[in-house]
Design a protein around this ligand. Sequence first.
Ligand code: ZN
Ligand code: ZN
Length: 373
Amino acid sequence: MALPDPDAPRRSSSSRSSRTSVRPDDRLEEEVTRSCRDKRDRFTNPWSTWQFPSGFMLTKFLLRKKRANSNFPARKEVLDSELPVLEPYFVNNPDLSPSGPGLRVTWLGHATVLVEMDGLNILTDPIFSQRASPFQFMGPKRYRGPPCSVQQLPRIDAVVISHSHYDHLDADTVASLNARFGAALSWFVPLGLKNLRAMNGCKNVMELDWWEENCVPTHDDVTFVCTPSQHWSRRNALDTNKTLWASWTVLGPEHSFFFAGDTGYCSVFKEIGRRFGPFDLAAIPIGAYLPRDVLKGQHVDPEEAVQIHMDLQAKRSLAIHWGTFVLAYEHYLEPPRRLKEALKQKGLNLESFFTLHHGESRLLTSHGADVYH
Ligand code: ZN
Ligand code: ZN
């Protein structure tokens, strides 16, 4: 069998390997929401739920920023007890046996998640730097450090990147991963990111449009599908929305995983759930949502995150995008509190959408009994 060519993404995903056999065939023909661009050739969101804050709103947001900084404690002892950073199980562990029949997930802070499934180790939106910024002397600084370094990670086979914002695409982390793994590492990025400066030097970069798919060379039983999200992109004053944003769907012979990246709520999650659900695990953002009048279009709140969990038909979800950087106005412990409330209101099991400590892992097994590390 020929190995997949990273430069030739296969058009339009249509099936989910062996599981599709129980699904009606007309699902393969079903219409899905495609990416689109405006007259200036910039990507746009095709949903009426999209809104971008006006200049007035943004100014108000930035002026009120100071208040946001008082929403997390300055004292390290408080943070250490409320949001402990644990050493991940794989650090100094010579026995890195695969998770066997289950899917193992480790939260490494913010939107960085390590997923071990179907023989692959997959990393999402990796950031191990102290700041989400082009500079390490200014910009949002993390108040909980990374639980490990790039050097301490186990073998990584694939990285998925959701979009170009600095808290999701960190140039120093990309460089460290590339230096350590080189061509053995496959990168999955949305349209436009392949040639971005941050990705410089990376080999094996697969750049995909929404609904296109590809796989790790030598491992074509696991499919990576670039799926939509409602967001935007920018790294500098001149490149707003020149690159696409995305969520990622990973479909293996035994397990399926969904990574939402950064997103506002829109109807596309029902589409993704219909096409690829149910998912064994989804990683869904729950933080950076206040004030709603400014952020609703681009960041879900915990209630909307639970709606996405339901739309996707996720069996389990992990809460991400909270507890690491101060990016918005809510109290730093509000997202998990509101998540629990939202789950109760929907009558859902609190364990169906869970949080992890920084560095903590969970092994999800098919018989429902979880193992913690
Ligand atoms: Zn973003
Ligand atoms: Zn973000």
